[in-house]
Design a protein around this ligand. Structure first.
Ligand code: ZN
Length: 278
């Protein structure tokens, strides 16, 4: 499919709190709303020391949809004790999402250097399965986010959308879906067909955007602003929408470069780049 989606207005623009990391969540909420942003994805670190339900209400009072809570996961470990600890942390994340009013928790699924990726994937599926009763009771879903293979050593053994879709099929639960992030997936020759498959599974829960810089000088914290790099954003958005996705386009940028600049100016750049390139 070669059609390209029409340029978006701001009605589906969501920004992650990590994108404007120097701001506390209250500042992000006020600034996002004033800039015309309509959704917010909350990173758990921003909730420290706060009443989570009240914070969720504050976000809604600003007119922001609470799109996701980031993040849970990190299921694999070499000992049963460590895996149980990871499950406890995920249970807390589900409780936090429920209190905040977030419909799902995004999962960075985890990996352990020295443990096979096959074993880690098995532990990931087992970990997610163990959480499903709580998810159903809380009305909170889990979104498996495949990560770029450069993170397969210690951040995620789920590295393609096909693997995430396979897990969704294996788990067979309405509580499990996928978060598709262009930064992790843009290179994949199977991307269009796997996005379509994810749509047929009714599992596409979230869509994250940013760009890929050349050269990328930091594996974690050198993401680009939309339009700065080589990711065909509008093409991928067209595939996602052809698969039935109607949720937010979430701007998630980890960047020492942008965190060092004036955050008001950066937010202005985000809105303008979103209009031009997403
Ligand atoms: Zn992401």
């Amino acid at each position: 499919m070669n059609s390209v989606a029409p340029l978006p207005d701001l009605s589906r623009l969501c920004v992650h709190t990590i994108t404007t990391k120097p701001w506390p969540i209250e500042t992000s909420a006020a600034k996002f709303a004033a800039a015309g942003v309509k959704g917010i994805t909350v990173w758990r670190d921003t909730l420290a020391g706060r009443d989570i339900a009240k914070t969720g209400q504050l976000l809604r009072d600003h007119g922001l949809a609470v799109v996701s809570l980031c993040r849970g996961g990190f299921f694999p470990a070499t000992s049963a004790e460590q895996r149980a600890k990871a499950l406890d942390d995920n249970r807390r994340a589900i409780d936090e999402a429920h209190a905040l009013g977030a419909p799902h928790v995004v999962l960075v699924c985890g990996a352990v250097p020295g443990q096979s990726l096959v074993e880690s994937r098995k532990q990931i599926v087992d970990g997610i399965a163990a959480l499903l009763p709580q998810c159903a009771a809380a009305g909170v879903k889990l979104a498996i986010e495949p990560l770029h293979p450069m993170y397969a050593d210690n951040r995620s053994a789920v590295n393609t959308l096909a693997q995430a879709n396979d897990m969704v099929e294996a788990l067979r639960s309405p509580q499990v879906g996928v978060a598709a992030d262009v930064y992790h997936l843009w290179w994949d020759p199977a991307l269009e067909s796997e996005i379509a498959r994810c749509g047929r599974l009714n599992a596409l829960l979230a869509f994250h955007v940013c760009d890929w810089r050349t050269p990328t000088i930091d594996l974690l914290n050198d993401r680009g602003l939309m339009g700065e790099g080589c990711i065909p954003l509008r093409q991928i958005r067209a595939w996602v929408e052809a698969a039935g996705f109607r949720g937010f386009n979430e701007v998630e940028i980890f960047s020492h470069r942008f965190w060092a600049m004036d955050q008001d100016a950066f937010l202005g750049q985000i809105v303008s780049a979103y209009r031009q390139h997403v």
